[in-house]
Design a binder for this molecule. Structure first.
Ligand code: 5GP
Length: 210
């Protein structure tokens, strides 16, 4: 049996195809999103690519919003591994002014949240719970509690490992969590981080990720 490599190299072509394939699944379910939220920076390129394939001829482009989240490693009071906590720092949030140009609010909308990888799930947990909170506050303010907002998560890769945080059960069970590929717990090398893109693409091809 061949050993799992330490690193998986991913090509732009591979990412393009994974976005195209996931967009088809979304459209087949009749769940075209009203807005795409890309988690900066890794979610931005997949968010832009998937938008291409979610658009049908003659329709308007789906607006993309970027939110910026960073993981801050908090080593705690003693530095044993068990006490390492991960905190999410919000570096950029929704632009409600821009959203208002397209529609009144996120209430009742289909929202597609895009990131490149679901590793410990900390980032996605934060994004989904904060966005849900945000919408719930808007609903209370506008007295529109009866309208249902649907959040879908799309990631290129989900690492098959114990997660540090969770996503809503309803999302996981209703097909609103979409990982194009599930991979073992290995390091994924994305093309936008590559110094030598030709070598990156060559290695990706060798691993069948092209
Ligand atoms: P989380 O642990 O919250 O699921 O992921 C946090 C972030 O860590 C991801 O958005 C991504 O930027 C980074 N990350 C985690 N695993 C990998 C990986 O295998 N490759 C790369 N390039 N980034 C990763």
């Amino acid at each position: 049996m061949s050993e799992t490599p330490e690193k998986f190299y991913i090509s732009y072509n591979n990412i393009h195809k994974l976005c195209q394939q996931t967009a088809k699944e979304i459209l087949d379910k009749n769940e075209k999103p009203d807005v795409i939220i890309g988690i900066s920076g890794g979610g931005l390129i997949p968010a832009r690519i998937i938008r291409t394939f979610l658009k049908k001829k003659g329709e308007k482009n789906i607006p993309i919003q970027a939110i910026g989240l960073s993981l801050y490693e908090d080593l705690g009071l003693d530095d044993s591994v068990e006490t390492i906590g991960k905190e999410v720092i919000r570096t950029q949030w929704l632009d409600f002014g821009a959203l208002d140009k397209h529609f009144d609010s996120l209430i009742g909308k289909k929202v597609l949240i895009v990131d490149e990888v679901d590793d410990t799930r900390t980032t996605l947990h934060y994004a989904v719970s904060e966005l849900e909170k945000e919408v719930h506050e808007q609903q209370k303010r506008l007295n529109r509690l009866n309208e249902k907002t649907t959040f879908t998560v799309f990631v290129l890769h989900n690492k098959d490992k114990p997660k540090r945080a969770d996503l809503p059960k309803e999302m996981l069970e209703s097909g609103h969590y979409m990982a194009a590929v599930t991979v073992p717990d290995v390091w994924l090398c994305y093309p936008w981080e590559a110094d030598d893109i030709e070598e990156q693409t060559r290695l990706a091809k060798l691993q069948g990720n092209d």
